[in-house]
Write a protein that binds this ligand. Structure first.
Ligand SMILES: O=C(O)C(=O)C[C@]1(C(=O)O)C=C[C@@H](O)C=C1
Length: 273
């Protein structure tokens, strides 16, 4: 039986590309148009695994996805960094000047903000995912509308590329995480994703960070997320890289005893390029 992989997006989307690269051409892709049903599908065992974008090197974090992992009690099994190159594309034979709107996933539009700034008359519209826009332009023969999507999407849906590599910096990556319902047991892990809710007292965060550094944890990411039930209080989502597993374990014990709540989303191998 093939692995069921939940993603947001259709063939040609970046999620689809990651799913095939990670799980091979024979996996069964279960596509959704937003992130919440992706998380739900794994929580309810409709899918075995989910691929979910979590942050981009130009546009930053996709904050609502942190909440989904937390709320649906999912576990991070792995990470995947995909180089992202965006192309402006439209029905064949059109000039950029003839376009009136450009549609894409909001994260993709953000990554191309500088390029789009040159075309103030081009209305920017958020859409489901990069490839869905490319497909719709072809299916409905939408002249005047452009998509921002991958070269693969242009090939699949028969669109012409009008401008290549339009993301603000050429070296652009999106970090995806691989989620499952059950926790992963791995002895080779050197990275952990944590949620720490510290007591609201002066210097609390500074003390936490110093303690983690003392145990040899290198924080590759720290993101504050509001605690919804307690206005103006925050939890911290932390990605920490470590060399010594015992020291990491000791640090986690100390977090629990001295700082507050700890939730470990996953321990896995760092894939940072
Ligand atoms: O729209 C797509 O193709 C996606 O896979 C979504 C997504 C995202 O969620 O950030 C994935 C990678 C890129 O950063 C742009 C968009």
């Amino acid at each position: 039986m093939s692995l069921k992989v939940a993603i947001q997006g259709i063939p040609g989307s970046f999620h689809h590309q990651v799913a095939l690269l990670e799980f091979g051409e024979n996996c069964e892709i279960i596509p959704f148009s937003t992130f919440e049903p992706v998380a739900k599908a794994v929580a309810e065992e409709v899918a075995d695994v989910a691929v979910m974008a979590i942050e981009n090197s130009i546009a930053g974090a996709i904050l609502p996805n942190y909440d989904l992992i937390d709320r649906y009690e999912l576990h991070i099994w792995d990470e995947f960094y995909l180089p992202i190159s965006h192309q402006l594309m439209a029905l064949p034979g059109q000039e950029i000047q003839a376009l009136t709107e450009v549609r894409s996933h909001p994260m993709a539009l953000l990554q191309c903000k500088q390029f789009l700034g040159q075309f103030p008359k081009l209305a920017q519209k958020d859409d489901i995912d990069t490839a869905t826009v490319a497909k719709r332009i072809q299916d409905e023969k939408l002249s005047g509308t452009a998509a921002i999507a991958s070269k693969i999407a242009a090939d699949i849906y028969g669109l012409e590329i009008l401008a290549e590599d339009i993301q603000t910096v050429k070296n652009n990556f999106t970090r995806f995480i691989i989620l499952r319902k059950s926790p992963k047991r791995s002895e080779e892990a050197n990275k952990a994703s944590l949620k720490i809710t510290i007591k609201n007292e002066s210097g609390g965060l500074a003390k936490l960070l110093t303690m983690l550094a003392d145990f040899g944890l290198n924080l590759s990411k720290i993101q504050s997320i509001p605690v919804m039930e307690k206005p103006w209080e925050y939890s911290f989502f932390i990605d920490a890289v470590f060399e010594n597993r015992e020291q990491y374990k000791s640090a986690m014990e100390q977090v629990k005893s001295d700082f507050g709540d700890l939730k470990i989303f996953g321990e896995y191998k760092s894939r940072k390029p």
